[in-house]
Design a binder for this molecule. Structure first.
Ligand code: PEP
Ligand code: MG
Length: 319
């Protein structure tokens, strides 16, 4: 039994009947990737690069960025690495811009010039970052997957894909974390190679509830039917176009929700590294068909508590 446990703690993510689900890590620094060396995680599904840009009076240079990206690629040793371009906003302040983030992003609303939208005012930030990524790809010989945060329209996805492909990046995607992007996920997927659903912001913008306010936890629950509906729309668009859909918001780290996401068709789940083992264990205990039944049961409910209970009722009690 000990042997079996050991095996299942390191195996690749898959349902009991062998349907693969890549289990990847969310990281925000080179050191996070270096700690994953020798670990069984299957890749990095979200590298939040803004950590390199926050709280600085000057932006990191191309060389500094390239060095960081190379170290992450080297640490992951050929496993897929999805690097997100800078995500700035009132909650992720880019001080080197020399203008208050609230001015750009709207006081406390997160509805202003943030995430990918900053490119229209400061195109050079993305330009330098894409060049640094392309150089890191070239020097390590490892393909880079890049994605943009807070993409809202298919047109933005097209613009970003053009910039990233012109820079020579191997694979280009965008995050789906704004309701408009989930509603038009098909048109967005027509422009890019993959999408990754960011459930933290998707819940915030769907429910009009600031994600940093603990008082709104109930509205921000990822079990909210409206949020599940949007996730289902995005995964359906991926299935129709045979393009990969990942989930990288915190919700992927909940084993029961992870089963719902697998049932909806997510091909990879990215989460805090510590959450991977229990999620792997939960997925291993169910067949693909069972995960679809779990997702279906959750989707039919009127509220978050009922959705959770309906899913839980179908989950193997050993999870
Ligand atoms: C998200 O919004 O779900 C996400 C993964 O990005 P962040 O938490 O960095 O905004
Ligand atoms: Mg986000």
């Amino acid at each position: 039994a000990a042997m079996l446990t050991l095996l299942s703690d390191t195996a690749a993510g898959a349902t009991r009947d062998g349907h693969a689900v890549a289990l990847e890590a969310n990281i925000s620094a080179v050191a996070d990737a270096e700690r994953l060396v020798g670990n069984s995680v299957e890749g990095v599904g979200l590298y939040r690069t803004e950590s390199m840009f926050l709280d600085r009076m000057v932006a990191p240079t191309l060389t500094e960025q390239c060095d960081a990206y190379m170290r992450v690629l080297a640490a992951m040793d050929g496993k897929p690495v999805t690097i997100r371009t800078v995500d700035g906003g009132a909650d992720k302040p880019l001080k080197f811009l020399g203008i208050s983030p609230e001015t750009l992003d709207g006081m406390h609303h997160g509805l202003g010039i943030r995430g990918y939208r900053l490119t229209s005012l400061y195109p050079e930030i993305l330009e330098v970052q894409l060049r640094a990524l392309a150089e890191a790809q070239e020097l390590t010989g490892r393909p880079v997957r890049v994605m943009a945060p807070m993409v809202t329209t298919a047109r933005e996805a097209r613009e970003f894909a053009k910039l990233a492909r012109n820079a020579g990046i191997a694979q280009v995607g965008v995050m789906v974390e704004v309701p408009s992007a989930a509603l038009r996920a098909g048109q967005i997927l027509d422009e890019v190679d993959f999408i990754s659903i960011g459930t933290n912001d998707l819940a915030q913008y769907t429910m009009a509830a600031d994600r940093t306010l603990g008082e709104l936890d109930d509205l921000l629950s990822p079990w909210q039917p409206a949020v599940l509906d949007l996730i289902a729309m995005a995964t359906r668009a991926g299935r129709e176009r045979a393009k990969p859909v990942a989930v990288c918001g915190e919700l992927a780290s909940d084993p029961v929700l992870a089963l719902v996401l697998v049932g909806l068709g997510a091909g990879s789940l990215s989460m805090a590294p510590g959450a991977i083992a229990p999620v792997r264990h939960a997925i291993r205990r169910h067949t693909a068909k069972q995960t679809r039944a779990i997702a279906h049961a959750a989707m039919e409910q009127a509220g978050p508590a009922q959705a959770f209970q309906a899913a839980l009722a179908l989950v193997d009690p050993r999870v």
